[in-house]
Design a protein around this ligand. Structure first.
Ligand code: PLP
Length: 394
């Protein structure tokens, strides 16, 4: 990690990457190997003892993976990072590294579903306690702190209403109470939000989303700010075994090169689409941090460089209208996930959250007419035309 660039586009393209020392390949090769040969018994002994740097076995480290890890660590302004097989491997590895039996964690009520389920259904069996609150109001966090609270785990913007959490205010609370602050930065990407600058201790990404950006890989990453956290989490990751495969790492490394361009284009498209939707007679409310009507518009301007490419909106006419819209779009693809180069649309009440009782759904801000779009990089006029035609079918 000898070079550090100040610009995020430069970092995304060059960070952590060097021409191949053997043949000079400009792109980092895929070191598709499980194990690495030692030059001699003495060489092996030195690498094992840590006296000499080198690779031993891919679960413990691989040159393709390290290039990706260095690239993302530089993008987030961190110390080092650890790439994982999925975003959830990153989440669970962080939980298990930082929490022990008897500890308590506070988190965002609207956090990514599985991040909450694994805590409440599984880690609770190991006597790890958790409380979920609306972290968009930091007073709720303060009230939930117990003597055994070790961790605050927030996601901002959060799904599906894009509520924001003030990272800087959270960092202050954590400092005062001896807690660590983990931020799931997936919805913002390193281009739009820098949690370390606001005082976070650890950053998580599902690289499945913006970082890879092409809806063809699942992967995750944990970015640390100091050697102690890095060593602690690396131990847990290599023993739990949720490490990334070199080919998967290489695909993300390729996707990440266009991260800045993709995010810039997607944000600009999203802003125009949010404005179009807000003025449409068949739309009730639009949730987009870049709209002046968004309750936390000021925090969005302060905390984020741009407003992202996720939009949620409520169509008039509830469940039926939402369903009709899903069946009428022709360009936007009906699918979950986000942050890809193509526009995806989904209707939680009839899709992801259809098994959740209506009352519970509404408590989580998911009304029957709520639709979520992950805006991609297509021509914005085509996207607006598609939505306009689909809305006219309702
Ligand atoms: C998708 C997602 C995850 C989980 O990532 P996977 O790659 O699907 O395991 C975690 N957090 C957020 C915010 C996500 O959107």
């Amino acid at each position: 990690m000898e070079k550090n660039f100040s610009g995020k586009n430069t970092t995304a393209i060059h960070g952590g990457q060097h021409p191949d020392p053997v043949y000079g390949a400009v792109m980092i090769p895929i070191y598709q190997t499980s194990t690495f040969a030692f030059k001699s018994a003495e060489d092996g002994a030195e690498i094992f003892s840590g006296k000499k740097s080198g690779f031993i076995y891919t679960r413990l480290g691989n040159p393709t993976t390290v290039a990706l890890e260095d690239c993302v660590a530089q993008l987030e302004g961190g110390y080092k990072s650890l790439a994982t097989s999925t975003g959830m491997a990153a989440v669970t590895t962080v939980y298990l590294s930082l929490l022990s039996a008897g500890d308590h964690m506070i988190s965002t009520d609207a956090v990514y579903g599985p991040s909450r389920v694994v805590m409440e259904k599984d880690l609770s069996r190991f006597n790890i306690e958790s409380t979920y609150v609306d972290t968009s109001n930091v007073e709720n966090i303060k009230k939930a702190i117990r003597p055994n609270t070790k961790l605050l785990y927030v996601e901002t913007p959060a799904n599906p209403t894009l509520k924001l959490t003030d990272i800087k205010a959270c960092a202050e609370i954590c400092k005062e109470n001896g807690m660590k602050l983990v931020v799931d930065n997936t919805f913002a990407s390193p281009i739009l939000q820098s949690p370390f600058k606001l005082g976070a201790d650890i950053i998580i990404h599902s690289m499945t989303k913006y970082l890879n950006g092409h809806s063809d890989v699942v992967a995750g990453i944990i970015v640390t700010k100091n050697e102690e956290d890095y060593k602690n989490i690396k131990h847990m990751l290599t023993y739990l075994g949720g490490t990334i495969d070199p080919h998967q790492a290489w695909l993300v490394l390729r996707g990440i090169k266009s991260l800045g361009l993709r995010v810039e284009r997607a944000c600009s498209n999203a802003k125009k689409i949010a404005e179009f939707l807000e003025s449409h007679p068949k739309v009730d409310i639009v949730f987009y941090p870049g709209l002046k009507s968004f309750p936390q518009y000021e925090l969005a301007k302060k905390q984020m460089k741009d407003f992202g490419s996720m939009i949620s909106f409520i169509v008039k006419g509830g469940l039926e209208a939402g369903r009709k819209l899903m069946n009428s779009v022709k360009l936007a693809t009906l699918a979950v996930s986000l942050g890809g180069i193509e526009t995806l649309i989904q209707h939680p009440a009839s899709m992801t959250h259809s098994s959740v009782p209506k009352e519970e759904r509404e408590k989580a801000g998911i009304s029957d007419g709520l639709v979520r779009i992950s805006v991609g990089c297509e021509d914005v006029d085509d996207l607006i035309e598609d939505l306009e035609n689909a809305l006219s079918e309702i």
